[in-house]
Structure formats: C-alpha cells, structure tokens
Design a protein around this ligand. Sequence first.
Ligand code: SAH
Ligand code: F3S
Length: 456
Amino acid sequence: MNRVHIKTYGCQMNERDSEAVAAMLRARGYRIVGSEDECDVMLLNTCSVRDAAEQKAIGKAGYVSHKKRKNPDFVLGILGCMAQNRGAALLDQLPDVDLIVGTQKFHQVPDYLDNLRAAREAGVPIGETIVDIAEEAGSQNTIKDHLVAEGADLVPQVNAFVSIQQGCNMDCAFCIVPKTRGDERSRPMDDIVAECRSLAARGVKEITLLGQIVTSYGRRDYAHTDGISPFVQLLEKVHAVEGIERIRFTSPHPRGFKDDLAQAYGRLSKLCEYVHLPMQSGSNRILKAMNRPYSRERYKEIVDSLRAVRPDMYFSTDIIVGFPGETDEEFEQTRELFEACNYDMAYIFKYSIRSGTPAADMGDQIPDEVKEHRNAVLLDILRKNSERRNAALLGTVEEVLVEGPDKTGERFTGRTRGNRVCIFDANPRLIGQLVPLKIERASVSTLYGELQLAGV
Ligand code: SAH
Ligand code: F3S
C-alpha cells in the first residue's frame, strides 16, 4: 500500500504544496504514481476560491470513494483549502474519506499515512477519519522540499516554484483565501535563497516566487533599506544566485507595487518582463466595496510606470465580473481599463459566492446571464490582444527556455521571457538551455518556430 497519486486543483501555490508533499512521501519510501488507476492512496489537494472548484473535488472524491468500497484498504485523503474551509463537515457528504488535512499541516501527511498503513497492516478495523486543520506556527517554513526526478529517462526540472509566504491579511470582500490559508507569514530570506541555490545546483534555470501578496513579503520581519522594500531585496538576492537565469513572481498587490519594484525591472536583467497584476475591477466604487485599497487611476499609473521602464513588458491580470451590485456602467469602466492596459493574458472570473466572506451577505447579487455576458466581452478583447501580440512576434527571434517534450512527445516546448508557450523541433540535450527561436507561426496562445542554432 505505498503507491500514492496526488491530484491537484487550483493555483500554483497548490501545485507547489503538492510537490512538497510528494517529496516528503517519497523520502519515506512511498512511490508517487502518475495514474489514479494504479494507486493505493489518493490525495486530492483542493481549491476553495470558487464554488465550481470545490464541486469538482467533491465530485471526484465521491467517485473515488465508490471505488473504495471494493477495496477497503484504499486510502482517500482531502488536503488543502477545501479541507481547511469545510473540515469535518466534509464527512456529511463524503463519509468514506480517511484523511482531512488543512493548509498548515501538509508536513504531517507522511505521519498520518504511516499510521493508517500500520493500522491496516495490523488488521485493525478502520477507525475514525483523521481530521487536522489546526493552525501551526512556522508552517510557512515547511514547504521547501522538491521532488527529485527518479530514473534516467525522466525529464530534468528546469523551472521551479518557490514559496516565499503563506496566507493573506488583505481581506478582499469576495475572497476565501484569508480563511483557508490563514494569517500572512513570510519565510526567512536566507531560507528562500538557500532553496534557490540548491535548485540551481540541480539544473533549475527559472524560479517563480510564490505568495498571495508577494509585494508585502517580509514587511514585519525586515526593514526597508534606502527605499528598497524587503520584497525587492529578496529579488536582488535571488538575482545574485548563479545558475538561475530567469525570475518570475506571483502575485503582487497593486497597493504594494511601488517605484522600487518598477525600477527593479530596469536593473535586474533576470527579472522576466511579464507581470501578473490583479486588477479585479476598473470601477472605483466596486474596488472600494471589494476592499481593494487602490483606484483605477493608480492601477493605470503602475502599468504605465512599468511600460516606461520596459516598453516590451507583458501584462496579465485577474478580473471578477458580476461582483454584488456591479452596474452596467461600472462594468463598462472595467472594460475600458481592461482595454487600456492591453493585457496579453488574463484570468476572468464570474463572481462566486463564498460563504463567510463579507461579499456573500451583500444584496444585489448579479444574475448568471449578466456575469456570462460580461465574461464574454472581456474574453473577446483578450483573444484579440493575444492574437495581435503573437502576430507581432512573427519573424522575430525570442529567447526560449527549453522545458521538455510537448504533449505529442514528438516536438519540444518552452516559454519566452514574456511567458508565451512555444513549440519547436530540438535535440533533447537542449532541455534546460536558453536558445534563440525564430517565430514562424502563431495561434492565439502558442508560438511555433525554428531554433537558430547550428547543427540542431
Ligand atoms: N492573492 C492571490 C489571489 C488568490 S485568488 C493572487 O493574486 O494570486 C485568485 C483570484 O481568484 C483572485 O485574484 C480573484 O480574481 C479570483 N477570486 C477570488 N475569490 C473569488 C470569488 N469569490 N469569485 C470569483 N473569483 C474570485
Ligand atoms: Fe484574496 Fe485579496 Fe488576499 S484576493 S488572497 S484576500 S489579496
């Protein structure tokens, strides 16, 4: 009973947490398997940010527990945000779940599985479900293990997520994250840099620093020096790590996006010219109701200041359409700012009621058809922007980091500094290399081209 399959829902933070759980389990002698049909333990690492994400994981767990009745030794665990959000109440819907582990207890998963395994092997009847959703001081420092590739035929890892912070204290009126992820806590700078160094030693070239609100990284633990915020100090230190060639981060908050960070794009060459800057709404009244402390004017000013430093900057954002009370005029202001910022990528969400958040109790919820329409309007603008940006790249040569085989296994995939996905022919020994790619064809989301290397 040692084959574990982990299925991850939601954001990059969850991907990172799953990877850390996998690394800890492998160190304990478990095997991490890619197929859910061949596992003895299935762990669902869940997301609560929208209702649809929770329903997806509940549906999956229901289906798996049906299979479990045929094999009573099978272990089903629910980890992460939905475990934290719903706790033992999940058992009303999913009585067969063995393990419910919240967001501050990922590091306990190996012990819990060992205990379950020992009980099963000793023939002890299946006991109560283990539920652990307590808070734990210092848990932000436990997400640090990385899964080391096993076997010679596995593709080496070229990019990695590094968690720099857990939790969030911003209390946006719509958001469940402060409940599921707890208080904002930063990891020590030295630990983060040490993790980046060991990743570089393993061949990793690109680091994405992760946190809910990275711009406030270390605000309680480190001072500003010469007007440089702790987050920018961290960027400088990661920039100095030899072997790391590209740095990204997600997500900043407009409130903390000051000039020191904008200027960093001018002096830190490894910082990729791609910024994900959540706008949420382009209406000042809605931003206020959302408890987002910036105005549409300030937001646009940040975008302009970044374009001034890097005219070739790529932008991405998060938008919520249909927040309670959003009028046609207010949506029109979002549409207008969305158009003005000329995004290359965007995540557009229809507002989803999250019980326990302030917005859930606001009157004037917006009908689904209206949300759907507003969503479609923004998606249409995004598609045109993306097409335009990709078309402009035709004939140019872009620096691409070769990540590995593409989905077909016949060609290779990588990304530009602007985070555009590229497909091309290459030699496997180029995996992990930065190579020049001449762009020859473009779809809305993907670039196709030919490497500009002699003898490839
Ligand atoms: N600070 C994190 C936010 C995590 S939630 C980050 O910026 O990555 C990711 C996005 O989900 C938010 O930016 C928001 O646009 C969206 N979101 C959060 N709660 C939502 C809700 N109740 N309904 C719809 N979208 C939501
Ligand atoms: Fe959520 Fe707002 Fe924090 S979107 S994660 S409460 S910055």
